[in-house]
Design a protein. Structure first.
Length: 115
């Protein structure tokens, strides 16, 4: 099973983008879906997660601006990003983790926010 991330691009500060992460098939035992990002010269950081029960959690700097959601029927996870800032510039990676601790990663999609 592969995760295909899309939706990145160049946007001005204050703009919005929606990232999508589609799984090529069903992954058994997934209990966490989410997004990480990695800015140039920085370590990868967790941006948002969504659990099977719908609970979400966000990195502090994106709270109130980003929303994670999922469409289980489409095997797709979304990250709606609003009020984007230049410091949101990064490669965004989607992932899914199973209850037996296996992690699947998407290939990354670049988000560039210009000031």
């Amino acid at each position: 099973v592969q995760l295909q991330a899309s939706g990145g691009g160049l946007v001005q500060a204050g703009g919005s983008l929606r990232l999508s992460c589609a799984a090529s098939g069903k992954i058994s035992g997934v209990n966490v879906r989410g997004w990480y990002r990695q800015a140039p010269g920085k370590e990868r950081e967790l941006v948002a997660i969504i659990l099977n029960n719908g609970l979400t959690n966000y990195e502090d700097s994106v709270k109130g601006r980003f929303t994670i959601s999922r469409d289980i029927a489409k095997n797709t996870v979304y990250l709606q990003m609003s009020s984007l800032k230049p410091e949101d510039t990064a490669v965004y990676f989607c992932y899914q983790k199973t209850n037996y601790e296996k992690v699947y990663w998407g290939q990354g999609t670049l988000v560039t926010v210009s000031s």
